[in-house]
Ligand binder design. Structure first.
Ligand code: GLN
Length: 276
């Protein structure tokens, strides 16, 4: 087969065996403007040459390994579309748990101050700001490029989020928060997954954190109490085998209500506790 695919079905056939079927459908949906259901139900529907060319270009880049989110420049998270770039982690569905847990704890509070450490695209901070309209959300990132993406997302989605440039607690001064959330880097530096799949295209500083992956989590747990309001919550995303270690870190700092919660795959993914 050469030339441009003339129909939706031909386009999907062109992708078969080269990239995952789910990825092919998403790319064709975005290239053609057709709905996902139409791609399956109406394979004979004509594909305009411009859309076909766009799809083929994405197909080649996806086949070479680039993440779908980078090809499209966006990823859906908590029901909204977020701009992403090579400077940010690509938001994961697992991380929606962190937003839900934070919002549950903020619901009873009037104008709770919330801090998101290492905000990246801003997905967590912005989702919390929009789901808990009373919340006053601040978002920190040490990457100015990432923070620019977070600012653009906040403004595109109409979220009120204060973006602060610096490393972890450095830019927040003496402020105290009702809830501190973070999806920090937590992969062990020697983990072979870092050299595989989509992770190769994401910033290493958003992924890897020391020999056991816990360097940044240890830093955050050590510093958080000084920035939490009375009964304030610290909620941290972590790796699939780190829940017990993170609970121990929180216990050692005297946190109350220490617990872990499972993600969509049933894996303990978020651990948290609150000041007594
Ligand atoms: N959850 C991501 C992964 O394992 C890692 C993100 C992170 O380190 N915060 O692919």
């Amino acid at each position: 087969m050469s030339g441009l695919p003339a129909t939706l079905g031909e386009a999907l056939a062109r992708a078969r065996g080269r990239i995952a079927q789910g990825d092919a459908r998403i790319l064709l949906r975005e290239a053609s403007g057709a709905g996902l259901a139409q791609l399956v139900a109406f394979p004979e529907r004509a594909l305009p040459p411009e859309a076909a060319a766009r799809f083929l270009a994405w197909l080649a880049r996806r086949e070479a390994g680039e993440p779908v989110a980078h090809l499209l420049g966006e990823r859906e998270f908590y029901g909204r579309r977020f701009r992403v770039s090579a400077a940010t982690l690509i938001p994961r569905p697992d991380t929606e748990l962190l937003v839900t847990l934070a919002c549950e704890r903020l619901a009873a509070l009037a104008e709770p101050a919330v801090l998101d450490l290492g905000t990246g695209s801003g997905a967590i901070a912005i989702s919390i700001a929009l789901e808990c309209p009373g919340a006053r959300v601040s978002a920190v990132d040490f990457s100015a490029e990432a923070l620019a993406v977070a600012r653009a997302n906040a403004s595109a989605l109409g979220a009120r989020v204060t973006c602060l440039h610096g490393s972890w607690f450095a830019p927040v001064g003496a402020a105290r928060y009702a809830c501190i959330v973070s999806n920090p880097p937590y992969i062990a530096a020697a983990d072979p997954h870092l050299a595989q799949g989509d992770l190769r295209f994401e910033p290493l500083t958003a992924l890897a954190s020391g020999v056991d992956g816990l360097d940044d989590i240890r830093h955050i747990v050590a510093g958080a109490a000084a920035h939490l309001a009375p009964r304030g919550w610290l909620l941290l995303e972590h790796g699939h085998d780190q829940a017990a270690a993170v609970r121990r870190l929180l216990d050692a700092q005297g946190y109350a209500g220490v617990a872990s919660w499972r993600d969509l795959a049933g894996i303990e993914r978020v651990t948290g506790g609150h000041l007594a």
